[in-house]
Design a binder for this molecule. Structure first.
Ligand SMILES: *Cc1c(COP(=O)(O)O)cnc(C)c1O
Length: 429
């Protein structure tokens, strides 16, 4: 299967090239022109998860990855479950936070890392240098650092705004050594992103260190996430599957895009709800057809504080090319007090959640009809947002072992000024 650059029809690449370059000419996103269709969905849903994931991913990547290699990559990626928890008769949460950094981003980051590692090994003889450069305001840094930690021939540099993220969040990626280096930038998250952009605009530097990014513009991350939508339906009673409505807490819209790919491949999801916080560019756009991003505002669900979602063009492409029916997508923006209320409602139902999942659950509350079955995605473990959850639910939340352990380790990050020359020196050292 080939991938097109959505901004440059002349650029058509294979999967390996899309993963290794990340972004195409003119900053265009790579995407399949036509999503492959899967046969015998009921048969797939009856399979063990790893076997099913193999059949889902094979048509997307087979040109570059042999079957036995793909099976190894899948075993290494999906080493923890995506678990459907029943909230009440009509509603379930797909918990995607049982990986090493307790967020759904573990799936995409690990698949990307394993694919890149495989492609680097294929290049036998000449050892190609790869440097992953990523700016993070929270969850991405941890998922990427853990996914790439210890891989040969791949260096990772993670930038974050000094003093602007919680100590625990920071410790989840600054305490690893070896091929993971972390840099605290004396500035805001925007300064980090600007520095990353400057690096990618510096062609000689890109060549010299083999620069690549690991954010959700990389199509491998989306492909990895397609699998757990199948896992969600596989865990529903058979008679409920065709009535499933999936609510996705959305920021950059990579996760929702993966769900829409799953449906386009043949998974019988009835419809989707795109739930956002106050950064509501997409819900407004779905209402009135006008793309009008506002200034980004800070919310309780901070991993979704994005007003210009960079995966939206992919969803738009699936709609415009007639592969996905826009009528099957509803947008809903949830404000701060609703988010807190919803967390309290879930708590009364016996379920401790966190702001991102609560935003998605509210989307179901608002629109589910009596014959439908709702699934909302639990994108992070509540303990990742410990103080917020404790404040809103008036409870004490123990730290899971993964977080408690790294809180004890020394922080290995370097601190530098938001200065391009300083960063470049660091990258080439
Ligand atoms: C990244 C993230 C999201 C948003 O996912 P997108 O794919 O960017 O829409 C939602 N919840 C959590 C906890 C996240 O870390």
């Amino acid at each position: 299967m080939k991938l097109n650059n959505l901004k440059d029809p002349q650029q058509v690449v294979d999967y390996a090239t899309a993963v290794k370059t990340g972004l195409g000419n003119n900053q265009g996103l790579f995407f399949p022109a036509k999503i492959p269709q899967l046969q015998n969905i009921d048969g797939l849903l009856a399979m063990p998860t790893l076997e099913r994931n193999f059949h889902i991913l094979k048509p997307l990547v087979h040109e570059n990855i042999a079957d036995d290699e793909l099976r190894k990559i899948i075993a290494a990626t999906y080493a923890f479950p995506s678990q459907l928890k029943t909230i009440n008769q009509q509603t379930h949460c797909l918990e995607l936070f049982h990986g090493p950094t307790l967020a759904f981003k573990d799936f995409g980051a690990r698949f990307m890392a394993n694919c890149l590692q495989h492609f680097a090994q294929q290049q036998s003889g000449q050892s190609e240098k790869i440097t992953i450069l990523t700016a993070t305001s929270g969850d991405t840094g941890a998922a990427v650092a853990h996914a790439f930690h210890g891989l040969n021939n791949i260096n990772v540099v993670i930038l974050f705004p000094a003093g602007k993220i919680s100590e625990l969040q920071q410790k989840m990626f600054t305490t690893l050594s070896d091929n993971i280096r972390t840099v605290a930038i004396k500035g805001a998250f925007d300064d980090c992103q600007k520095l990353v952009k400057q690096c990618f605009d510096d062609r000689p530097l890109v060549q010299e260190v083999g620069l690549n990014s690991a954010n959700s513009i990389n199509v491998s991350r989306l492909f990895a996430q397609v699998c757990y939508y199948f896992d969600a339906l596989a865990q529903l009673p058979i008679e409920q599957r065709s009535q499933a409505v999936v609510a996705v807490p959305s920021g950059n819209f990579g996760n929702l895009c993966a769900g829409i790919i799953a449906k386009t491949m043949g998974l019988p999801i009835k419809r989707f709800i795109a739930s956002t916080n106050l950064n509501d560019t997409v819900p407004r756009y779905l209402q009135d057809g006008v793309w009008a991003p506002n200034k980004t505002v800070e919310t309780l669900s901070n991993a979704m504080d994005v007003s210009k979602p960079n995966n939206w063009p992919r969803i738009e492409y699936l709609i415009e090319s007639g592969q996905f029916d826009r009528e099957l997508l509803t947008g809903l923006a949830v404000d701060e007090s609703q988010t807190a209320n919803t967390m309290q409602q879930l708590h009364q139902l016996g379920y401790i959640s966190e702001p991102h999942a609560a935003v998605a659950y509210q989307g179901l509350q608002d629109s589910l009809t009596p014959d439908e079955v709702g699934v909302f995605l639990g994108t992070a473990h509540p303990a990742k947002f410990k103080s917020t959850v404790e404040d809103i639910l008036k409870i004490e939340l123990p730290l899971p072992p993964a977080i408690a352990a790294c809180a004890q380790l020394p922080d290995l990050s370097k601190t530098i000024e938001p200065d391009y020359a300083a960063l470049k020196q660091f990258l080439t050292a």
